[in-house]
Design a protein around this ligand. Structure first.
Ligand code: 5GP
Ligand code: MN
Length: 338
């Protein structure tokens, strides 16, 4: 975080404020970790803070410190509305556009609070008065660490905060293996371990708690995988019936798309997950190298994200969505095979 931004933020936080911190719909480890990490820090500084998520988060994140304090906008609507109404400052973390908070968008758009964005997605919208956006960062949690460092130094970091920030950095960098992992990321991680993050326990809590039904679903996803060597691409489909037959719980399909990306020669991987309730196909896109799935998703799936990881949705049927995907792929042949 540069000095100008740090000064603006210090001024904003120079007296006690009523603060709300918001993550994106379908919050992941980085959204939960960054929002709760900042929440504990702001409370330590003496501010009044609440965390709101647009909907529920997956069970594999429930062990994280502070998750019981989160208001789920869908389930604790009144508490959430009241805190937004009272808020003097609203931090929006780990997303770049109010379209990522679903039904909360209309309420946030009416708020008179000062908005602060901390985020690493490409092409941020300009609703905040303070925008700390850095698309080179691997995670919002790393940015929260830099924010804390720029404000008062890192000595205020408690083991709870360290655990939260470590978790989001770990999940968004694919356990420190994506190109967004820098020497600075590793220095931040070292500092978080020094401040009490128990790294081995965190990895186990996140990655070694698979249910047998999730493993069955992974088997089906791998069975459904199609590799398209002519385009260095691979895709996976999962139908609603396959989800239903395997006791699907939120978060169960997280990371499945990476198996398609791990196939030798594949540079572009995509997973299509049918969601009958929302009448959409949820899409996750991943790539290696220069091929921008952010651009691909913006062009075809009403979504976006980063160069190598993006999300989106289709309103066609699962079958039609796949057909359409296969029909547009030739336009990208050169980009995918050069
Ligand atoms: P996932 O595939 O895990 O849902 O998302 C991959 C990345 O893209 C994450 O960083 C996520 O925040 C971002 N992302 C997912 N869906 C959307 C979307 O609809 N719009 C934008 N701008 N980013 C998205
Ligand atoms: Mn993130």
């Amino acid at each position: 975080m540069n000095k100008g931004l740090a000064t603006q933020l210090k001024t904003l936080l120079s007296s006690k404020k009523r603060i709300v911190i918001i993550g994106h719909r379908n919050p992941d480890g980085d959204a939960i970790g960054s929002c709760l990490g900042l929440h504990f820090y702001l409370k330590k500084l003496g501010h009044y803070s609440n965390v709101i998520m647009p909907n529920d988060f997956p069970d594999f994140l429930r062990w994280l410190p502070g998750t019981s304090e989160i208001f789920n906008f869908e389930k604790q609507n009144q508490q959430a509305l009241r805190s937004i109404e009272d808020a003097e400052i609203i931090f929006t973390l780990d997303f770049n556009s109010l379209s990522r908070v679903g039904d909360m968008k209309a309420i946030l758009s009416k708020s008179k609070a000062d908005f602060v964005m901390i985020d690493h997605h490409q092409q941020p919208d300009d609703y905040p008065i303070i925008t700390y956006s850095d698309t080179a960062m691997g995670s919002t949690c790393e940015m929260v660490y830099h924010t804390i460092d720029a404000l008062n130094g890192t000595e205020n970091i408690t083991p709870e905060m360290a655990t939260l920030l470590y978790t989001g950095i770990m999940t968004d960098t694919g356990s420190f293996r994506f190109p967004s992992t820098t020497p600075t990321t590793h220095r931040v991680i070292a500092s978080l371990i020094e401040h009490g993050a128990k790294n081995a326990e965190i990895h186990q809590n996140i990655y070694d708690t698979n249910s047998p039904s999730r493993m069955k679903l992974l088997g089906i996803a791998l069975e459904n995988m199609n590799v398209l060597p002519a385009f260095n691409s691979a895709y996976i489909t999962i139908s609603q019936k396959e989800l239903d037959d395997n006791n699907f719980k939120k978060g169960d399909t997280e990371g499945f798309v990476n198996f398609a990306l791990s196939v030798q020669g594949v540079r572009f991987a995509i997973i299509f997950i049918e969601n009958i309730q929302e009448s959409i196909v949820k899409i996750s896109l991943r790539s290696k190298g220069d091929f921008s799935v952010n651009e691909f998703s913006r062009a075809h799936y009403n979504g976006g994200g980063h160069t190598n990881a993006a999300g989106g949705r289709s309103e066609l049927s699962l079958e039609q969505t796949v057909k359409q995907f296969i029909s547009i792929l030739p336009q990208y042949k050169e980009a995918l095979t050069q």
